[in-house]
Design a protein around this ligand. Structure first.
Ligand SMILES: *[C@@H]1O[C@H](CO)[C@@H](O)[C@H](O)[C@H]1NC(C)=O
Ligand SMILES: *[C@@H]1O[C@H](CO)[C@@H](O)[C@H](O)[C@H]1NC(C)=O
Ligand SMILES: *[C@@H]1O[C@H](CO)[C@@H](O)[C@H](O)[C@H]1NC(C)=O
Ligand SMILES: CC(=O)N[C@H]1CO[C@H](CO)[C@@H](O)[C@@H]1O
Length: 370
């Protein structure tokens, strides 16, 4: 276990059991990490899951950031150590308003405690992860034209990402920040709210088990047009880069793999990896309602988990069929510009097909899927 030295880099990752948080921990503990060696505190709301690799963090801590007393009791003793916060947490409310209030409370609580209980303030920087939905409107409402870039203004309605950015900016006189906006995050965890890859893997396993075809729930448009993803490793690399490079200070960056793909091609990769037959999209067919199809499949997943001896999970906790289906029916190309990142000196990238294969392997290694 690493020990604390004066002026050392001490990280607190909020949301360490999610796809991004786990990859940030791994990036910080890599021997070549910029700004390292890092002492890493990983925080989550719930206790450490069995699949979480213990050696990834120096200290695993649990507290509920929504609760100020709990946050204060846990973090005030650490406020004289922690130099960097990596924010990769999300707690989704019943609606955008609840999400906004919950999220800004969590973020304010953590920043309050770390800046109020020690002098001089040790905390120097926060990396805030939001997402490219920053640029997206709600169904039927105004939105920006892709490709999206950072200078695009805010849309004229409440979005919790905007609120989070405002909370962070309100601490501008005390610390610096960077904002990271990934697209669809691809990584390995069963504690992420939006894990599209795991959702697709579970769907494929259910298809095999039930002898159902592995059908695409989206439109012909997204089947044929460009989409992109954000590998959790590239995202983690950008967080660390943002945390230690002065040039990036107080700037927002998109974060995607740096390539684009069509779902038609990606579906083929998924079929190969999961061992299911490729079903071409039939233009004349009605849209396939995956959400409806998976509604009652919880018991089937339970059975697969038991038969294959997998880590115990519940279908409704690890999948997000509705957002997946929504994404697969967008009527524009879901792509972001990586111009700004590159101009500022961040060149992280990965081949999206290789990325998918890599993370499917990880999910298997972690015994989350068969
Ligand atoms: C937070 O905790 C510290 C140390 O335990 C304590 O001194 C401080 O009064 C607490 N702050 C608040 C606002 O409760
Ligand atoms: C992200 O990409 C979108 C689409 O190209 C672009 O409009 C937006 O300005 C980019 N944002 C940043 C911070 O680079
Ligand atoms: C590149 O990104 C910048 C934002 O940094 C944006 O202003 C510009 O329009 C983008 N150019 C292209 C070709 O997307
Ligand atoms: C900026 C913002 O929306 N802050 C809200 C965070 O949530 C608390 C309550 O949960 C509100 O009081 C704040 O106004």
């Amino acid at each position: 276990m690493a020990t604390i030295q004066n002026n050392a880099s001490v990280a607190l990752i909020i949301g360490v059991t999610g796809m991004a948080g786990l990859s940030i921990a791994q990036a910080l503990k890599s021997p070549t990490a910029q700004g390292g060696p890092w002492l890493v505190y990983g925080a989550a709301r719930r206790p450490k899951p069995t699949w979480f690799p213990s050696s990834t963090v120096d200290h695993f801590i649990t507290f509920d950031a929504v609760n100020f007393e709990d946050t204060n009791a846990t973090l005030s003793p650490l406020s004289s150590e922690i130099t960097h916060v990596f924010w990769a947490a999300i707690k989704v409310g019943r609606d955008e308003e609840e999400t906004i209030s919950t999220n800004s409370t969590m973020l304010s609580n953590v920043l309050n405690v770390l800046t109020a209980n020690t002098r001089p303030i040790k905390l120097r920087h926060i990396t805030l992860q939001t997402g490219t939905s920053h640029y997206l409107g709600y169904p039927g409402m105004a939105q920006h034209e892709p490709p999206f870039h950072e200078e695009m203004g805010r849309l004229p309605y409440p979005k919790f990402y905007y609120t989070l950015e405002d909370v962070v900016k309100s601490y501008e006189s005390e610390l610096t920040y960077t904002i990271h906006r990934p697209s669809i995050i691809i990584g390995a965890s069963c504690r992420s709210v939006y894990n599209f890859l795991l959702t697709l893997a579970v769907y494929a396993e259910i298809c095999k088990h039930e002898n159902m075809p592995f059908r695409y729930p989206g439109t012909k448009y997204t089947w044929d047009h460009f989409c992109e993803m954000s590998d959790a490793r590239v995202l983690a690399e950008q967080h660390v880069w943002g945390a230690v490079n002065e040039k990036a200070t107080n700037e927002a960056f998109n974060c995607t793999n740096g390539d684009v793909f069509t779902w038609k091609k990606m579906w083929g990769v998924l079929c190969e990896e999961f061992g299911v037959e490729f079903e071409p999209l039939d233009e004349d067919d009605e849209l396939f309602d995956l959400v409806e199809e998976m509604k009652d499949k919880g018991k089937v997943w339970d059975q697969i988990v038991e038969e294959k001896g997998l880590v115990e999970t519940k279908l409704e906790e690890i999948t997000c069929f509705l957002p997946l289906q929504y994404m697969s029916r967008l009527n524009f190309q879901f792509v972001s510009s990586m111009n700004k990142s590159k101009e500022f000196g961040f060149y992280g990238h990965v081949d999206s097909f290789k990325s998918l294969r890599f993370w499917i392997g990880k999910l298997r290694e972690m015994n989350i899927i068969p």
